[in-house]
Design a protein around this ligand. Structure first.
Ligand code: MN
Ligand code: MN
Length: 321
């Protein structure tokens, strides 16, 4: 069945009109999505948030602001929507009052999606949502990860041993064997710390931790050269916490840290992913209540478009192989 997955053009219907979907794509139910190559998915859940909440509202505002996206990337000069079939697969099930059940619902959703051969591009939600996604993407074999964040999210627990928060997902993913720590790089780390047990764990496991200061010294090309060399051609997940960007550009997030990337630097970093074997990606921690202007969500939607372009090429290469 050949279906038309093109976004609605703003040349035909103005971009403020119509029902909001990611990038104005058709909304396809997961059970009818077998001909979708890349599924854009909202995860409206912030049950792992330890401080200022709100990313549960992220997918809706990102959908709204993603209406600003036009079809073609201005540097690559192609449309990811022509490279492969992309659709909005809606939101995952959510449970705002139970962490375990919330995680279980998200994991079940992604296992179904990945089982259908669909590559997920997700909009969080807080960063704990990356854990159930990685459980699906890394189920058969652990994946590598290029992780943009002010924080490692490698803590063991909060509040006297509570193991599932947005400060712990990648420690759990390593322990569960769905994430390969030796193929993981964390870029843009900064900010004051409670202690350094997160970093000590990462270093012990072989994670490459790159502070913001080092990233600035290397320059964006240098950062991505190292990231590319680390993951090689291996299946790689990309996780983009919006708080890697400076709060001057992206204030709508729960744990802002000054001294971050500009949006222009973030775009340059994501363009450095071109050619990699990307098996999934997310943009998380967009918290609309802290930025009613919507510009944080616009930054998130724009980063999702950058990710989609490099993912669409990766999907096309795997199909040709
Ligand atoms: Mn994070
Ligand atoms: Mn963070």
């Amino acid at each position: 069945m050949a279906r038309d997955f093109q976004p609605v053009s703003g040349m035909e219907t103005p971009r403020f009109a119509g029902i909001a979907t990611f990038m104005r794509l058709p909304h396809i139910r997961p059970e009818e999505a077998d001909d979708v190559d890349i599924g854009i998915i909202g995860v409206p859940w912030d049950g792992g948030t330890t401080n200022r909440p709100g990313p549960r509202h992220g997918p809706r505002q990102i959908r709204d602001m993603s209406a600003m996206t036009r079809h073609k990337h201005h540097v690559y000069r192609f449309s990811p929507f022509e490279t492969c079939n992309v659709a909005d697969l809606g939101d995952t099930p959510s449970n705002p009052v139970d962490v375990d059940d919330g995680l279980r619902r998200i994991e079940t959703f992604y296992k179904d999606i990945v089982g259908r051969g669909i590559v997920p591009l997700s909009a969080g939600g807080d960063h704990l949502v990356s854990l159930p996604i990685l459980r699906a993407v890394g189920e058969k074999a652990p994946v590598g990860m290029i992780h943009f964040d002010a924080h490692t999210d490698l803590y063991d627990g909060y509040f006297e041993g509570f193991k599932f928060t947005h400060g712990t997902p990648f420690r759990r993913a390593i322990e569960e064997g769905v994430l390969d720590p030796k193929k993981t790089i964390q870029i843009g780390l900064r900010g004051s710390a409670y202690d350094f047990t997160d970093r000590e764990y990462g270093e012990k496991m072989g994670v490459r931790l790159m502070d913001m200061e080092e990233a600035v010294e290397l320059g964006m090309d240098g950062v991505m050269q190292e990231a590319r060399a680390l993951v090689g051609d291996d299946p790689t997940y990309v996780s983009f916490d919006i708080d890697c960007i400076d709060p001057a550009f992206a204030p709508g997030t729960g744990t802002p840290e000054v001294g971050g990337f500009t949006t222009r630097e973030a775009q340059a970093l994501l363009r450095g992913l071109r050619g990699l074997n990307i098996v999934g990606a997310d943009v998380v921690e967009v918290s609309p209540p802290f930025d009613p202007s919507g510009y944080t969500a616009l930054a998130g939607a724009t980063m999702m478009f950058e990710l989609l372009c490099v993912m669409s090429e990766a999907v096309a290469r795997r199909k040709d192989a």
